[in-house]
Design a binder for this molecule. Structure first.
Ligand code: SF4
Ligand code: SF4
Ligand code: SF4
Length: 263
């Protein structure tokens, strides 16, 4: 077991830690590292490009393979163009959905307030874009100088740490979550096992979800669906003719929706 942990760790150290899932492993770099150790082809990391595919082939003593292509042009270091996300802050409604979607906690803000992205931390993984209900997040080219090897290793270590802290926080929130989940649940078992044998990573504890909470979730989801239907109906009616009573009712329902969605 220890030898496989140490191989997975060596493979993981070469992966960018963007946690984007573009390799086909939704939960990020570590599950892909594990799968490579078990025999999967090592050329699927899109942000890593050819340099990562080659480094992995070298580590594993396998034949070099052409890396999966990216939609972005190739930079001078052979990797795809680094990108950053930016929020059009004047359009943000402060729903907080992007916060739990960001694997490296690069977004700050709180309920009903405008959100902003800490561009130094953003990896351009794009995971915050689909959950945004008003589509106010753009991707732009990262114009900063490319990191050298040492800076890249430090950046990857930091992103890995941030992701493990994010997983632990999401795991705790999930155990008493109300309302819908914006990102599929992370399969935390592998991370918990890995983090507990390595001192440098935040240790991840698995949390048993109480049965009661599952029931509450189902009830809350039904409640949310009902409120959304009522809101849509009222918005339609108010679009045709203004009515003070209905306007008030709409505001109350929107308030209720916000409260139920808070986690
Ligand atoms: S950075 Fe590479 S290995 Fe990590 S999740 Fe994205 S595609 Fe997969
Ligand atoms: S802000 Fe968006 S694009 Fe940037 S790291 Fe977080 S989820 Fe990825
Ligand atoms: S998901 Fe979009 S609207 Fe909601 S807080 Fe994030 S940027 Fe703002």
């Amino acid at each position: 077991m220890n030898s496989s942990i140490s191989l997975i760790r060596e493979i993981d150290a070469l992966l960018p830690q963007t946690q984007c899932g573009l390799c086909g492993h939704r939960d990020g770099c570590l599950p892909y590292a594990k799968s490579i150790a078990e025999g999967e082809e090592a050329n699927k990391c899109v942000p890593g490009g050819q340099p990562v595919a080659d480094a992995l082939a070298n580590l594993l003593n396998r034949s070099p393979l052409t890396a999966e292509s990216s939609v972005w042009p190739v930079q001078t270091d052979g990797r795809p163009q680094r990108m950053k996300a930016i929020i059009r802050e004047e359009e943000c409604i402060g729903c907080t959905k992007c916060i739990s979607a960001c694997p490296v906690d690069a977004i700050i803000g709180s309920g009903k307030l405008m959100h902003t992205i800490l561009t130094d931390l953003c990896t351009g993984c794009e995971l915050c874009i689909p959950p945004c209900p008003v589509d106010c997040i753009d991707l732009v080219e990262d114009t900063q100088a490319l990191p050298n090897e040492q800076q890249r290793a430090a950046e990857q270590n930091d992103l890995r740490q941030r992701y493990y802290s994010h997983i632990q926080r999401e795991e705790k929130r999930r155990s008493h979550r109300k309302g819908p989940v914006v990102r599929a649940e992370i399969d935390t078992q592998l991370f918990a096992q890995f983090s507990q044998v390595l001192d440098e990573l935040p240790s991840i504890e698995l949390i048993e979800k109480p049965k009661e909470a599952v029931l509450t979730d189902a009830k809350t989801t039904i409640e949310l669906a009902k409120i959304r239907t009522q809101i849509k109906k009222l918005e339609k009616q108010l679009g045709v003719r203004e009515d003070a009573k209905k306007r008030l009712q709409l505001e109350e329902l929107q308030q209720q929706l916000m409260q139920l969605q808070e986690v």
